[in-house]
Every structure is written in C-alpha cells, then in structure tokens.
Design a protein around this ligand. Sequence first.
Ligand code: SF4
Length: 123
Amino acid sequence: MTSRKKLICVRCPQGCELTTSLDGYGAITKISGNICKLGIEYAETELKDPRRTLTTTVKVDGGALPLCPVWSEKPVPKDKITEIMRELDKITIKAPVSAGQVVAENILNTGVNITASRGIIIR
Ligand code: SF4
C-alpha cells in the first residue's frame, strides 16, 4: 500500500510544493514538484530525519538582562525539541556571558551544543 505526503520545500523562497510517495514500509518511491535537486534532498531529510535549528532563552544569574538568547549550533532532531527545551529550562548561567559561549554541551547526546547568541554584561 502506498501513501502520499505533501511538503513545502523551505530551502529557498520559491517554496515548491513537493509530493512524496511512500511504499508500505515507509520507503520513498517518488518525489515530485521540485524545481531543483535541493527539493529532493529536503524531502528525504524531512521524511527520514527531520531537524530544526532551535532558538530559545536561558536564565541568567547576575546579568544586566534576566534571560540570554541561545540557539543550537546545528539543527537538532525535531522529535527531541520538547525534551531539549525542558532541559534548557533547568539551566541558569552566570553573567558575564559572551556571544558564542557554550551554555549546554552535547545537549541530550545529540552531538549539538547550545550557545549564547549574544553577550550579557554583569548587572
Ligand atoms: S526545490 Fe529548489 S527551487 Fe524549489 S523551493 Fe526547494 S530549493 Fe527552491
């Protein structure tokens, strides 16, 4: 039995609407609607190992601002985002904070560091 899934490619502003066909085992049998080959790569990644770049904030102790914006250095598995957010909610970093400072190394064994996206001076 085959199934179809529609996706919007976000690799460029064109936003091609992709149609993917999957066999009964979930293997991709066809991808259509893409203008270029990046659409094929996008659909394959999105169906096999969807990832997202995560941006959020963590608490800062003694800083001029109470929160520091952070982001994942690389996209993290989409199904781990909620768990990662819970983990980051437990973290409080000490001011001063430098832009690019690692605030959580190898978060949940994903191989991805979470880093500060701006500096925070001491209050
Ligand atoms: S398939 Fe190619 S042209 Fe279409 S949105 Fe993706 S990157 Fe852009």
